[in-house]
Design a protein around this ligand. Sequence first.
Ligand SMILES: NC(=O)c1ccc[n+]([C@@H]2O[C@H](COP(=O)([O-])OP(=O)(O)OC[C@H]3O[C@@H](n4cnc5c(N)ncnc54)[C@H](O)[C@@H]3O)[C@@H](O)[C@H]2O)c1
Length: 441
Amino acid sequence: MSGVQIGTATAAEILAEKIRSRRARVGIVGLGYVGLPLAVEFARAGFSVTGIDISEQKARRVNAGDSYVGDIPSAILGPLVDVGKLRATADFDEVAELDTINICVPTPLRKTKDPDMSFIVSACQEIARRFHPGMLVILESTTYPGTTEEVVLPMLTQPGLEVGRDFFLCFSPERVDPGNPQFQTANIPKVVGGCTPVCTELGQLFYSQALERVVPVSSTQVAEMVKLLENTFRMINIGLVNEMALMCGRMGIDVWEVIDAAATKPFGFMPFYPGPGLGGHCIPIDPFYLSWKTRQAGIEARFIELAGYINGQMPHFVADKVQNALNDAGKPVKGSRIHVMGVAYKRDIDDMRESPALDVILLLRQRGALVSYSDPYVSRVRLDGLELAACPEEAAGAADCVVIVTDHTVFDYGALVNRSRLIVDTRNALKGIISDKIVRL
Ligand SMILES: NC(=O)c1ccc[n+]([C@@H]2O[C@H](COP(=O)([O-])OP(=O)(O)OC[C@H]3O[C@@H](n4cnc5c(N)ncnc54)[C@H](O)[C@@H]3O)[C@@H](O)[C@H]2O)c1
């Protein structure tokens, strides 16, 4: 291994050789939207991969070659399982046999908007019990800067073992974008920063076996902050464009036309689009990991709080739009039938986490509307003791108002316009269609 002093890095040399020769036994803890695609990439690269998840059901499905992650077809997963390159378990005792571990467990927020570190802590407790010298551990879960060295490192450090010499620890932010056909785990550049230069070097070597491009950075804190900058950038720009939508709405200007025209500027502008609110496990959550941490350092993350407030108002704005559109059509919202098109948090995926559709449905029900929905990816929605089952797209024809919340590409928008009486389009899915029935955000 280049740059490593012989004599002080024997464990590093041994691990590097195992990684280069693909003999390193790879473990992925947390087999969700992030962990399963990563496990598949390393198995495809020729490693023996063990996935560990507390969900026995997920482990069973992986072992049956039955994928539950949209970006991983069972036709890819199945053969890797069949040839013994990938298997899953709920038993942490497997850790004792592993050389590397990537931790891909959830990092949600508590109700107070404080980070919920319980998944990382419990995964690390299990790993620590079976930890052995020579291992490389990489935290991938999005978290606040400092987590790797302040939370994970003390849990893994044992008397006489030194990080960078006897074991290796890195942070590498996960950038996967579910449902994106162009960029997936293998071709999204991977940033990695270790506790020591040797850790970074091993992290870089490890990822470069399976992924196209690896970007080393100087520390775990830089790597942690990279992810928060990326997601905060997105959240704030969405907040800005949502505020633009509110302003344009008040002034009778078409915000979509404004953005399309602005996007013709070949430099210094990047289009973001308004919508019914933020969703998913990243953009609505991650920036609050940063604001929580900076509050402790005495700095208020004011952009984040403001964008969070504006984005949080969007479901209310949508409910107001629907109510006003119905009023203009001479119908009170109370007792009206409202059909929501799309409930996943974004186009062409099945992920409901933090979906703004949930807020829109609740707000409309609170105003007395009878709400139904169509979504080919989500067969049931549970919220506040209520359970809704997906209806066929044709059900929109019976509604007093249709709200397009998620612009899945499989929806037949021409037919939707023909069969509907009134449509509130929060995504500009009906771009180019001119009709008095359409109210745009
Ligand atoms: N989903 C995304 O698009 C995305 C993108 C980038 C980063 N991230 C980040 O990656 C991390 C994982 O997100 P995800 O979307 O894959 O979550 P997920 O909920 O889809 O998957 C997490 C998995 O971890 C398992 N798990 C929970 N606790 C565990 C434990 N103690 N030990 C073992 N397994 C455990 C769960 O059963 C689940 O299968 C989060 O920090 C998230 O912010 C997610």
